[in-house]
Design a protein around this ligand. Structure first.
Ligand SMILES: Nc1ncnc2c1ncn2[C@@H]1O[C@H](COP(=O)(O)OP(=O)(O)OP(=O)(O)O)[C@@H](O)[C@H]1O
Length: 322
């Protein structure tokens, strides 16, 4: 029996330059990333950051310019077959043939991967993704959410140890999202490494245990979710006052005060360097009578915005200095 690798995906110095008629575009800039076996991993980044390029290189759809990538210990070039068999990819686009039924889609894919008939799990997978009763309906009659789940099933026909989902819930309604996640969570519990890209940061916050943030082709953070969230140093204080306001008092501007309604103000502060007494004193000094107050914690979205904003500033600064 071969030993299991420590890392489901191991990428070293991965670089991709697209060459086109408009010149060159550096989409991945010397990216090194190790995704531990068994993890539920989120790869986050703003539009155009390089996430799809990264995934498409792993899928064999885009050719890397330089660097190395291994899937389940198999180099994507030197051990291409083994690498491909180790990964299932759920693409962004709902690219299903309208005249195939879910059963046919699964059987065809199993055939492509050379899964012997006796080892196929078509019915089991269709049941797990909630499509047992649609097994023989044309794909064109399936809803967007059902098609998305069928793509997840299709990616699992060869029982890969690594499953990559590229924006899997875009346009999927909440209930179906929950169903999809329930299945993906089960897979993860059973040992499948899950790599997820998503624009819904709360989804990454809820599901994933490790997070990497990519910006303009660079990995700018890679941490355990908890330690990443610990970096958040941002809170919002929402005040309801008895006064009627038509503008924010000047004395509250140090906390980026915003008027939410005629008797509600939001203040933003960094808990690490702010004394609540100082804020309350300023409020009192403006003659405001507090009726109610609440605080809101920062979340992954705040940290994501902070890190990508800082990184963009640094890059702009470095560009000017050069
Ligand atoms: N085939 C291509 N030719 C030229 N440039 C490309 C090509 N594909 C992607 N790019 C560029 O490479 C950069 C990274 O694109 P990529 O699609 O990997 O980003 P992404 O993070 O997946 O974005 P999104 O979240 O919008 O899908 C972008 O600037 C994009 O315009």
């Amino acid at each position: 029996m071969t030993a299991m690798p420590d890392y489901a995906i191991e990428v070293e110095g991965l670089t991709k330059v697209y060459k086109g008629s408009n010149g060159e575009k550096l989409a991945l800039d010397n990216v090194s990333l190790k995704i531990p076996r068994g993890s539920f991993f989120a790869l986050l980044g703003p539009n155009g950051a390089g996430k799809s390029t990264f995934i498409n290189i792993l899928a064999g759809l885009v050719t890397k310019t330089s660097g190395t990538a291994k899937i389940w210990g198999n180099d994507i070039e030197a051990q291409m077959r083994a690498a491909r068999c180790s990964i299932g990819i759920v693409p962004q686009e709902l690219n299903l043939d309208a005249f195939f039924t879910p059963r046919q889609v699964m059987e065809l894919q199993a055939g492509l991967y050379g899964v012997p008939k006796s080892e196929r799990r078509t019915d089991e997978i269709l049941a797990a993704i909630g499509l047992a009763d649609k097994a023989d309906s044309y794909a064109r009659s399936l809803s967007g959410g059902m098609r998305r789940r069928l793509l997840v099933g299709k990616a699992m026909v060869h029982t890969p140890p690594v499953l990559v989902l590229d924006e899997p819930t875009a346009g999927v309604d909440i209930e179906l999202r929950q169903q999809l996640w329930a299945y993906v969570k089960e897979l993860n519990k059973a040992g499948v490494t899950i790599v997820l890209t998503t624009h819904y940061l709360e989804e990454a916050e809820e599901l994933c245990d490790e997070i990497a943030i990519i910006n303009q082709g660079n990995v700018i953070a890679h941490e355990d979710k908890r330690s990443l969230l610990r970096r958040i140093d941002h809170k919002t204080l929402v005040l309801t006052v008895n006064n009627e306001l038509n503008a924010v008092p000047e004395a509250l501007s140090p906390w980026g005060a915003e008027l939410k309604s005629e008797n509600q103000i939001a203040l933003h502060y960094r808990p690490s360097n702010t004394q609540m007494a100082e804020i309350l004193e300023a409020i009192h000094g403006c003659g405001l009578a507090i009726k109610d107050l609440s605080t809101e914690e920062g979340d992954l979205e705040d940290i994501f915005l902070m890190l990508t904003r800082d990184n963009n500033k640094q890059r702009a600064g470095a560009g000017k200095a050069a």
